[in-house]
Design a protein around this ligand. Structure first.
Ligand code: AMP
Length: 292
């Protein structure tokens, strides 16, 4: 059954209104896609919206800067926010609903029931951002309950997040299909991020070291290197040699478990994180991927 798109894009603020709309859409037999975001939308978010548009009758974009996934001293307060511009971008991308709840209405800081994972939440991003993934998984579960999507689109840029959301969906039987979107980069290779606005011009150039490190990893693998340690050292070296960059980690993980490997194979992903000026940047690439 082909159902017609909703007439005009709606912006919904109250979680209860969102859930009532979602229940009505479900009763009408609509197929709903969710694109969860923290707003400050850029080309990468738009690419996820295009994927959503292909997947569903009704596309919902959530815009919520989730306090529970920021640690003390992180950038929750100054994270860029511009709902008007974001809503215009969603309308332009033929989205049907923007769900933009207030911090208070989502009650993240009051929640004492969480979704916490016990596998890789405390390594890599989780090691540098304690509590981050508990905040992420809890808000994603809430967003799923409020928007009742058939499919949800997540970017590969946040590879560990994507891994954990897929795991949550499997382990807790959420009736949601997770569709990954490819990493979208600036022409020079810098992965798009709302946090790139923190970079000064020279920092912006130094930020390219993450992409350079990933390219080097891929090239070493393509030339037959199988020792993960050698590749990690090469990646770390590239970032250490960039004056403004401070390495958090450069690791090679298995796609299946998101845990570090010793020997490389086609199911491996290189993951890097570094601070450049006031921005903390992450990036990753599958070793077998030709296009990064
Ligand atoms: P954010 O608004 O940064 O929380 O991101 C919302 C969604 O967009 C997440 O699924 C991210 O993985 C995805 N995303 C952000 N930047 C990129 C990018 N450069 N390429 C692909 N997906 C991205």
């Amino acid at each position: 059954m082909r159902v017609h798109p909703l007439p005009t894009m709606q912006t919904i603020h109250a979680p209860r209104d969102m859930q009532e709309t979602a229940l009505r859409l479900r009763r009408e037999g609509r197929r709903v896609a969710l694109v969860p975001t923290m707003g400050s939308l850029h080309e990468a978010h738009l690419s996820l919206m295009r994927i959503a548009r292909e997947q569903a009758d009704v596309c919902v974009v959530s815009i919520f800067v989730n306090p529970a996934q920021f640690g003390p001293g992180e950038d929750f307060e100054r994270y860029p926010r511009d709902l008007e511009r974001d809503a215009a971008a969603c309308r332009e991308a033929s989205m049907d609903v923007v769900f933009a709840p207030s911090t208070e209405a989502m009650r993240m800081e009051k929640a004492r029931v969480y979704v916490a994972d016990d596998t890789v939440s405390h390594t890599l991003e989780g090691q540098f951002r304690p509590g981050h993934f508990r905040g992420v998984l809890t808000v994603v579960a809430k967003l799923f309950h409020l928007t009742l999507p058939d499919v949800a689109v997540f970017g590969r840029k946040d590879a560990q997040q994507l891994f954990l959301v897929e795991k949550m969906v499997r382990d807790l039987n959420f009736p949601v299909e997770i569709v990954p979107g490819p990493i979208i980069r600036e022409p020079d290779g810098l992965a798009m991020s709302s946090r790139n606005v923190y970079l000064s011009e020279p920092e912006r150039r130094d930020a390219l070291c993450l992409h350079r490190a990933l390219k080097a990893a891929r090239e070493l693998y393509a030339r037959g290197q199988e020792d993960a340690r050698a590749v990690k050292e090469e990646m770390a070296g590239i970032i250490h040699n960039t004056p403004a960059a401070k390495l958090d980690y450069a690791e090679i993980v298995s796609e299946r478990t998101f845990t570090p490997v010793e020997r490389l194979d086609a199911q491996c992903r290189a993951v890097v994180a570094a601070r450049v000026g006031a921005a903390r940047l992450i990036d990753n690439a599958a070793l077998s991927d030709q296009e990064i």
